[in-house]
Design a protein around this ligand. Structure first.
Ligand SMILES: Cc1cc2nc3c(=O)[nH]c(=O)nc-3n(C[C@H](O)[C@H](O)[C@H](O)COP(=O)(O)O)c2cc1C
Length: 362
C-alpha cells in the first residue's frame, strides 16, 4: 500500500474529492436581502473550487437560528435560488461543496429574532460572549429555554434545511455541532441545566444531537451528512465537566448513525491546539469507522503528516483559504500564501473577499 498524500483524490461517500484539502466553514456576513446568497458569494466560492471540498459559512436553518447580521439562510425558496448560483459556480470548476447548517441557540440578539423575542436555548443561561449586529459587536441577550414541546420543531427545521440544501445543488450538509452553538449547548453541562430527557446525564445531553443527525440522515441520506464537533473549545463561553466521557459517547452514537464524516476541531477554535493537553483526540478517532476530518492551525507539513500517518483522512484549512483562493496549488508548489486582511473578514463587499490574487495573477 502506498502512503496517501494530501494531493491524492479521496472517495467521500458517493462523491470523489480531487484532493484531501478542505475549505473550513467561514462566516463572512455578506448575504443580501432576505439573507439570500449573492452573486459576489458565488464568485468567492467559485474562486476556491480547487479545494477537495468546500464547506460553506454557517447557514441558518430557520429565522430563530440567526445570531449575527447578514449571515445566509437555507430555508426559503429565494435562499435556495441564491445558493444554486454558488453550487453551480463551484461545480462548473469541478469542485464539491457542502453547506454548514446551524442554529446559534443562545448566541444571538433580540434585534435578530422574530418579533424581538428572546433567543432560544436549552436553558435560560446567558452566554458571556458577543454577537455582531448593526455593524458592531454586542453582548448576547439572555435566552429562553426551549419547551419540551418545541424541540421536535427545531429538529424538523434541520431536516427541512437539509432538503433545501439538496434542492440548491449542494453535495451534502455539515451539521454545526461545534463552537458553542445550539447543538453544542445541549451537549455541554456549562449551558444545559435541563432536568427532562434532554438534560442531566451524558445520554440525555446527547439526545438533541442524535435526533438532529437522525432527522437529517432521514431527509437526505447518511452519505450526504457530516457533522462538526469541538470538544474542548471555550468558544462562546461553553464548557463541560468531563469532555472526554461526553464526546466518547457522542462519537459512539455517531458510529451507530454513520454520518459520512466527523469534522474535529482540535483545541480552541482559531486558538491554541494544546488548550486541553489531557484530552485524547486519537481515542475518539479510534471509535469511528467513517471519514475523519481535522482542523485548527494546520500548515502543509502538519497536514501531510496527519494524512500520511492515517491520523486523518481530510484536513480543513480556514484562514488560509480566505487569503489564498488557490491554496491547493500553492501548497503543491510550496509557494507562499497571501497575507490575511483581518479588517474585512466580517461584512462589506469585494475588498478582502474576492480580491485576493492567485499565484498566476500575482
Ligand atoms: C472569519 C472566520 C469565520 C469563521 N466562521 C466559522 C463558521 O461559520 N463555522 C465554523 O464552524 N467555524 C468558523 N470559523 C472557524 C474556522 O472554521 C476554523 O475552525 C478556524 O479558523 C481554525 O482553522 P485555521 O487555523 O485553519 O484557520 C471561522 C473562523 C474565522 C477566522
Amino acid at each position: 500500500m502506498t502512503t496517501p498524500s494530501l494531493f491524492d483524490p479521496y472517495q467521500l461517500g458517493g462523491i470523489t474529492l480531487a484532493n484531501r484539502l478542505v475549505m473550513a466553514p467561514l462566516t463572512r456576513n455578506r448575504a443580501g436581502e432576505g439573507l439570500v446568497p449573492t452573486p459576489l458569494m458565488a464568485e468567492y466560492y467559485g474562486q476556491r473550487a480547487g479545494a477537495g471540498l468546500i464547506i460553506t459559512e454557517a447557514t441558518q436553518i430557520s429565522a430563530t437560528a440567526q445570531g449575527y447580521q447578514d449571515t445566509p439562510g437555507c430555508y426559503t425558496p429565494e435562499q435556495v435560488a441564491g445558493w444554486r448560483r454558488v453550487t453551480d459556480a463551484v461545480h462548473a470548476k469541478g469542485g464539491r461543496i457542502f453547506v454548514q447548517l446551524w442554529h446559534v441557540g443562545r448566541v444571538s440578539h433580540r434585534s435578530l429574532q422574530p418579533e424581538g423575542a428572546a433567543p432560544l436555548a436549552p436553558s435560560a443561561v446567558q452566554a458571556n460572549t458577543k454577537t455582531y449586529v448593526n455593524n458592531a459587536f454586542a453582548p448576547t441577550d439572555e435566552p429562553r429555554a426551549l419547551t419540551l414541546e418545541e424541540i421536535p420543531g427545531v429538529v424538523a427545521d434541520f431536516a427541512h434545511a437539509a432538503r433545501c440544501a439538496i434542492e440548491a445543488g449542494f453535495d451534502g450538509v455539515e451539521i454545526h455541532g461545534a463552537n458553542g452553538y445550539l447543538v453544542d449547548q445541549f451537549l455541554r453541562d456549562g449551558a444545559n441545566k435541563r432536568t427532562d430527557a434532554y438534560g442531566g446525564s451524558i445520554e440525555n445531553r446527547t439526545r438533541f444531537l442524535k435526533e438532529v443527525v437522525e432527522a437529517v440522515i432521514g431527509a437526505i441520506g447518511a452519505e450526504r451528512t457530516g457533522i462538526r464537533l469541538s470538544p474542548v473549545t471555550p468558544a462562546n463561553d461553553l464548557s463541560d465537566s468531563n469532555p472526554q466521557a461526553l464526546f466518547s459517547h457522542v462519537v459512539d452514537v455517531l458510529e451507530t448513525l454513520k454520518p459520512v464524516y466527523i469534522h474535529m476541531i482540535e483545541g480552541a477554535t482559531g486558538g491554541p491546539r494544546d488548550i486541553a493537553p489531557e484530552f485524547d483526540f486519537a481515542a475518539l478517532r479510534a471509535r469511528f469507522s467513517g471519514t475523519w476530518m481535522v482542523n485548527n492551525g494546520y500548515d502543509r507539513a502538519m497536514a501531510e503528516a496527519a494524512i500520511a500517518s492515517g491520523a486523518a483522512d481530510l484536513v480543513a484549512f480556514g484562514k488560509a483559504f480566505i487569503s489564498t483562493p488557490d491554496l491547493v496549488e500553492r501548497l503543491r508548489r510550496g509557494a507562499p500564501l497571501n497575507e490575511l486582511d483581518t479588517a474585512h473578514l466580517y461584512g462589506g463587499g469585494a475588498q478582502g473577499y474576492t480580491d485576493y490574487p492567485t499565484l498566476d495573477a500575482a
